[in-house]
Design a protein around this ligand. Structure first.
Ligand code: SAH
Length: 242
C-alpha cells in the first residue's frame, strides 16, 4: 500500500483506513517514519534495511498466511518503483496468487507531488526514468534517456543519485543536453511534502548536481517548457496562445 509523499494530508483515505486496520506493517525503516506513531501503536512492525526487500516481502507473505492483515508500505505510489510488483511476483512464484487476498492501494507518487510544487511541468507527454542501475543495466537506462530526450518528452528522473551512484546523473544530463537547449527549465524537488522540503527551478546549463541526492526528483522540461515567475510550466498544446 502507498503512503504518498509523506505529509499525512496527502495520504489517501483508503490507505489510511487500511493502515489503521492492519495488524502487521512491513516496510523500509525510512518509510515507516512517514507513518504517524499513533497509527503504529499496538501493531507488529517489521522494518529492514534497503537491501532486504525480498526477505521483507516474504515475511509479509508469511504473516498473511498466518491470517493476519498485513500492510507492505511504500512511499509515494506502491506501484511506481515500489513494493507492489515484488509482492505479486513472490506470490506468483509460490503459487499463492488467488490464495492470499491482495489489494494494491494507490497513492500520490513523488512525480505528482513534485510537479505540483513546481507549477505545472507535466501538462504534456512525459517519460519517467529511474537512473538506478542496481536492478536495470545501464545500457537500457541510457537508451531510454536518449529516446525520451530525442522525442522531446518532459523527463522525470527518479533515483537520480546516491552516495555510491554518482556518475549516472552526469551522463543522463549530458545525453539530454545533446537534444535540448541549455535554457531548458529543470525542476528539482527534495523531500516533496515532507519535512525539509526544498524546491528549486533552474536550467539544464545551470543545474548544480551537488544539490541532488537520493531524496530528490528531477523534472526536465521539453522544448516548450517555460519558467513563469516562480513556476515551471509546460504548455498543454504546441500551438495554443494563452
Ligand atoms: N514509490 C515512489 C518511488 C520510490 S523510488 C513513488 O511513487 O514516488 C525512490 C525515489 O523516489 C527517490 O530516489 C526519489 O527520486 C523519489 N522520491 C520519493 N519520494 C520523494 C519525495 N517525497 N520527494 C522527492 N523525491 C522523492
Amino acid at each position: 500500500m502507498s503512503l504518498g509523499p509523506g505529509d499525512p494530508d496527502y495520504l489517501a483515505p483508503r490507505a489510511k483506513g487500511v493502515l489503521k486496520d492492519a495488524s502487521v506493517i512491513v516496510g523500509y525503516r525510512t518509510y515507516m517514519q512517514l507513518i504517524e506513531p499513533a497509527v503504529l501503536e499496538g501493531k507488529e512492525t517489521i522494518e529492514t534495511g534497503m537491501t532486504d526487500e525480498i526477505q521483507r516481502c516474504q515475511l509479509a507473505i508469511e504473516k498473511a498466511l498466518e491470517g493476519k492483515d498485513t500492510a507492505v508500505v511504500s512511499s509515494g505510489d506502491a506501484g511506481i518503483y515500489g513494493m507492489a510488483g515484488l509482492v505479486l511476483q513472490l506470490l506468483e512464484e509460490r503459487k499463492l496468487l488467488g490464495e492470499v487476498n491482495v489489494e494494491v492501494i494507490p497513492g500520490i507518487p513523488a512525480l505528482s507531488a513534485a510537479a505540483a510544487l513546481l507549477g505545472a511541468p507535466l501538462m504534456h507527454d512525459f517519460a519517467v526514468i529511474s537512473l538506478s542501475d542496481l536492478l536495470t543495466p545501464w545500457e537500457v537506462i541510457q537508451s531510454r534517456v536518449e529516446a525520451a530526450a530525442k522525442a522531446d518528452f518532459v523527463i522525470v528522473l527518479y533515483n537520480p543519485k546516491s552516495k555510491k551512484r554518482t556518475w549516472q546523473l552526469d551522463r543522463a544530463i549530458e545525453m539530454i543536453s545533446e537534444h535540448r537547449s541549455g535554457e531548458t527549465p529543470v525542476g528539482l524537488v527534495r523531500n516533496a511534502m515532507r519535512e525539509a522540503q526544498a524546491v528549486r527551478i533552474t536550467t539544464l546549463s545551470h543545474l548544480d548536481k551537488s544539490e541532488v541526492d537520493m531524496l530528490t526528483i528531477l523534472l526536465v522540461g521539453n522544448s516548450q517548457t517555460q519558467i513563469m515567475g516562480e513556476k515551471m510550466v509546460t504548455p498543454r498544446g504546441y500551438n495554443i496562445k494563452v
